[in-house]
Design a protein around this ligand. Structure first.
Ligand code: F6P
Length: 547
């Protein structure tokens, strides 16, 4: 098979992009009043408007051709049916099975994984009901008030994002906290207001040997035992989630308190598994299952819908359009929803750990750009921080805007103000403001001030997608997350990379293991390059001065 960039479809896209150099979105909307209908899709309560993109019908057809010629359909099937598409680690990739509410069998190595999945879901239900109904009592007979999820990466970002997003569904008897950083500030400041008698720790780690999580878990255990000096009490205050129960038992957690998952669940795709226990405790198992249902329906859409009407396929293709043909380096995620304040952080891991790769599936260096830099934060805060650069800077930054038509809260005016901004920003990016428009608006004495006029011009023609949904319910959130997961899949499939390993996080960990013992003595270190030696030795001096 020729390299991606030498395929006829790729070459057609290169020529098409060159032919579109003068494409003007304002003109496209003026000429075609049906552009919104042509380039928007409805899925349940989610409206996906992608009409404000630098595309024509031909662009869409060519991009769909690219997907077709990249064997996207068979790659999707391979994922859903449990083929070991994570070939470097010889693993299936089955987060879709975790939310397979149809219960149709999904086979891995000849075994249907659905029965294990359902058993763990049932165990989660029993446990969460007990805790939420105040039947799970701590060592001193008191019900749980605070839950501390200790985990990092996928064992933190997904649960933290969803638990935060679904706060309106939260039990008012429980507070869920997340500790991830090995920086002691995280644990110390989280535990400060808590009482061991009413605290439940969830140690969440796929491998159960991750340095940050294990260090935090041991310190949490010490904090607990300082207050309740009884090893036996650990069983009532510590539960674990892992694919490695043997490591959990070694840590000292009761085997009864282990919630299992499996090596065919990638860390960054694991919130649907027992890693979502903190979510289920916060919002209840019925709501957790609604989250799964939303994702499942999005999975069916992704698997069964023709590419030109398939939301995650279109999202992935548009990303490729800008990344590979316009040289865009990043993609902004801009939810107009404070509940989604961790959505971008979550997607940074999902996307960048998945598609931050530079070799193809055969181990050959790629000659095209792969995963984008994902960044952003909730509107309207972002508007008062970095939108200046999106509007008037030199870089092309495709944006995703997301908003719910209905808030969970009812203060007068707030939501309409929020939504007016959600609507105005994509319009401003697309429409821009010409020098003539600027001059028309300026007072008479400034109309000839060329510098002022130039500084107020917005070139416009900047692309964005908008997602508008009814309300941020568990089900809608499940669908949105699944769309983004599948968008990442589509791009990885077309770039022909393995989106499901993460070897790039290893080297730093290995080197830190070499450095750690060097910090534990007072000797001057000379075994690294002079910069690293200099920093280590400076740290040791400063640390001593601090003592
Ligand atoms: O759940 P674990 O095994 O502690 O791993 C945490 C995170 O570390 C990584 O392996 C590397 O950052 C992630 O993929 C994973 O989500």
């Amino acid at each position: 098979m020729p390299s991606l960039t030498r395929t006829p479809t790729w070459k057609s896209l290169v020529s098409h992009c060159a032919a579109l150099q003068d494409f003007d979105l304002r003109e496209a909307f003026n000429l075609n009043p049906r552009r919104f209908e042509q380039f928007s899709l409805q899925f349940n309560d989610i409206l996906f408007d992608y009409s404000k993109n630098l595309i024509t019908e031909d662009t869409r057809s060519l991009l769909v051709d690219l997907a077709t010629h990249s064997a996207l359909s068979s790659k999707i099937e391979a994922m859903f049916t449990g083929e070991k598409i994570n070939h470097t680690e010889q693993r299936a990739v089955l987060h879709t099975a975790l939310r397979n509410r149809s219960n149709h069998p999904v086979m891995v190595d000849g075994v249907d994984v659905m029965s294990n999945i359902n058993q763990v879901l049932a165990k989660m239900r029993v446990f969460t009901d007990k805790v939420r109904n105040e039947q799970w009592l701590g060592q001193t007979g008191k019900p749980v008030k605070d839950i501390v999820n200790i985990g990092i990466g996928g064992s933190n970002l997904g649960p933290k994002m969803v638990a935060t997003a679904l706060t309106p569904y939260a039990s008012d008897k429980l507070n869920v906290h997340f500790v991830s950083n090995v920086d002691q500030t995280d644990l110390v400041e989280t535990l400060k207001p808590l009482n061991a008698e009413t605290t439940l720790f969830i140690v969440a780690s796929k491998m159960f040997n991750t340095q940050e999580t294990m260090t935090n878990a041991h310190s949490a255990r010490n904090w607990f035992l300082e207050q309740i000096n009884d090893e036996k009490a650990i069983g009532k205050h510590f539960v674990a989630i892992s694919t490695h129960p043997e490591n959990v038992i070694e840590f000292g957690i009761d085997p009864e308190n282990i919630f299992e998952f499996w090596d065919w669940v990638g860390g960054r795709y694991s919130l649907w598994s027992s890693i979502g226990l903190s979510i289920a405790l916060q919002v209840g198992m019925d709501n957790f299952e609604q989250l799964l249902q939303g994702a499942h329906e999005a999975d069916l859409h992704f698997r069964d819908t023709p590419f030109d009407r398939n939301i995650p396929v279109i999202m992935g293709l548009l990303g490729i359009w800008y990344n590979n043909f316009y040289g865009a380096e990043s993609h902004a995620i801009l939810p107009y929803d404070q509940s989604l304040r961790y959505f971008c952080e979550f997607l940074q891991q999902s996307d960048m750990e998945s598609n931050g790769k530079s070799i193809d599936r055969k181990g050959q260096p790629v000659d095209y750009s792969t995963g984008p830099i994902i960044w952003g934060q909730p509107g309207t805060n972002g508007q008062h921080a970095f939108y200046q650069l999106i509007h008037q800077g030199t870089k092309l930054i495709p944006c995703d805007f997301l908003a719910a038509a209905n808030s969970h809260y009812h203060l007068p005016k707030h939501h309409d103000i929020l939504i007016s901004n959600f609507l105005a920003q994509p319009e401003a990016l697309m429409h821009g403001r010409s020098a003539e428009e600027v001059i028309a608006e300026l007072p008479e004495q400034d109309k000839n001030n060329a510098i002022l006029v130039a500084s107020k011009v917005f070139v416009g023609n900047k692309p964005s997608n908008s997602f508008l949904f009814d309300k941020l319910t568990p089900k809608t959130l499940g669908s949105l997350i699944a769309f983004y997961e599948h968008k990442i899949f589509v791009q990885g499939a077309i770039w022909n990379i393995n989106s499901f390993d993460q070897m790039g996080v290893e080297l730093g960990k290995v080197l830190a293991k070499v450095i750690l013992p060097e910090l534990l003595n007072d000797e001057t270190i000379g075994s690294h390059d002079c910069s690293t030696n200099g920093l280590i030795n400076a740290y040791k001096k400063l640390r001593k001065a601090d003592d």
